[in-house]
Design a binder for this molecule. Structure first.
Ligand SMILES: Cc1cc2nc3c(=O)[nH]c(=O)nc-3n(C[C@H](O)[C@H](O)[C@H](O)COP(=O)(O)O)c2cc1C
Length: 341
């Protein structure tokens, strides 16, 4: 076991055992969904089926990017992948950098046999392309994992809280422009819980990206997670002090949609904890919603527990669509009323 593998296990245990919430709301409560006492629709007609990156999903739901690298992480990935396959939703894996540094760690990401039809995302830290990674490393991960697409995460706040973190973000956008051209799978950029704001979304939209995932403020805070891992007082102070810094999920959805237009994907994530959050995120323009930590908790109970959670989500989301008179997620777009106070 070494540094990067221990870090993966620490992230999992901290996220399961400690309070790692940002302490701020995702901003989705500014609206309420436009409930219709006369929906003029048969519940049986509601159709949540969504085509995403060449895969058919039963509902626009994704298990957010979390883990890989250690034995425990591999067990979690297998549980989540099997549940995603059974429920026909998407599944994103955590950063694969560990598998580039230690090829023996790749097995913990190899779940395609358990999820032959699921939409699967590989993942790498975008900052690593300023520290020696090349597009070929991303292509290698995608091939080895049998992934459909890759998420490149942006995490300046998280890196800056870690003593010795990778904090040289200078010139990264230009570097990424060249890298993305050479990646042989669709690329999405995501944050890790501090959100993508309007100017960043516009910069990223200039690259040939398939989409953006908000990972906004309102849920798990990686400043908070890192604060809990650090022995150093000033790192603990900074992580807790800045746990709420960033772009709330609702604002990030609007910014990403505006920057990308209608042709590219917006995945809403960061503090998606309720069915109304999911509905509001879709109504604001997201193509799909992702939730991370709630699935980590469910994965502790095994595949059946994750399947039950997803089935409950899908059923409730169908009922929400019906009660708002929306036959499909696209019909739900804009069905929002500004909620006073
Ligand atoms: C245990 C754990 C590990 C994570 N590791 C990664 C990662 O490797 N790459 C990444 O892009 N995001 C990672 N994330 C961030 C999530 O994908 C997500 O953006 C963030 O947790 C906010 O979503 P949530 O509020 O639903 O948890 C991780 C989250 C958790 C809980």
């Amino acid at each position: 076991m070494g540094g990067i593998v221990d870090r993966k296990n620490e992230h999992i245990s901290i996220c399961l055992e400690e309070d790692v919430e940002s302490g701020r709301a995702p901003g989705l409560g500014r609206w309420r969904l436009d409930y219709r006492a006369l929906p003029e629709l048969n519940l049986d007609e509601v159709d949540l089926t969504t085509q995403l990156l060449g895969r058919a999903l039963r509902a626009p739901l994704l298990i957010g990017a979390m883990t890989g690298g250690s034995e425990e992480a591999g067990r979690i990935n297998r549980v989540l992948a099997e549940a995603a396959q059974r429920c026909a939703i998407g599944f994103a894996m955590g950063s694969g950098r560990v598998a580039i540094e230690r090829p023996e760690a790749m097995a913990s990401f190899q779940v395609r046999d358990l999820a032959p039809d699921a939409l699967i995302f590989a993942n790498l830290g975008a900052i690593q392309f300023n520290y020696g990674l090349e597009a070929e490393d991303a292509n290698h991960l995608v091939r080895e994992m049998g992934a459909d697409a890759i998420n490149l995460h942006l995490n300046p706040l998280q890196e800056a809280i870690q003593p010795g973190g990778d904090t040289d973000f200078s010139g990264l956008l230009d570097r990424l422009a060249g890298v993305v051209e050479k990646i042989e799978a669709p690329v999405l950029f995501k944050e890790v819980g501090s959100g993508i704001g309007a100017s960043t979304a516009r910069d990223l939209a200039k690259l040939s990206v398939a989409g953006l995932e908000t990972a906004g403020v309102g849920g798990t805070s990686w400043a908070r997670v890192e604060a809990l891992r650090q022995p150093e007082d000033r790192a603990q102070f900074a992580g807790n002090a800045l746990a709420g810094l960033g772009v709330p999920t609702a604002e990030s959805i609007i910014a990403c949609r505006e920057a990308l237009g209608e042709d590219r994907l917006v995945v809403a994530s960061g503090g998606i904890r309720t069915i109304e959050h999911m509905g509001t995120a879709l109504a604001l323009g997201a193509n799909a919603v992702a939730s991370a930590r709630p699935f980590l908790e469910a994965a502790q109970g095994g595949v059946e527990e994750v399947v039950t959670l997803i089935e409950h989500y899908i059923h409730a989301l169908r009922v929400l669509h019906f009660a708002c008179g929306a036959r499909t997620p696209l019909d739900l777009r804009g069905r929002l009323v500004e909620a006073p106070g």
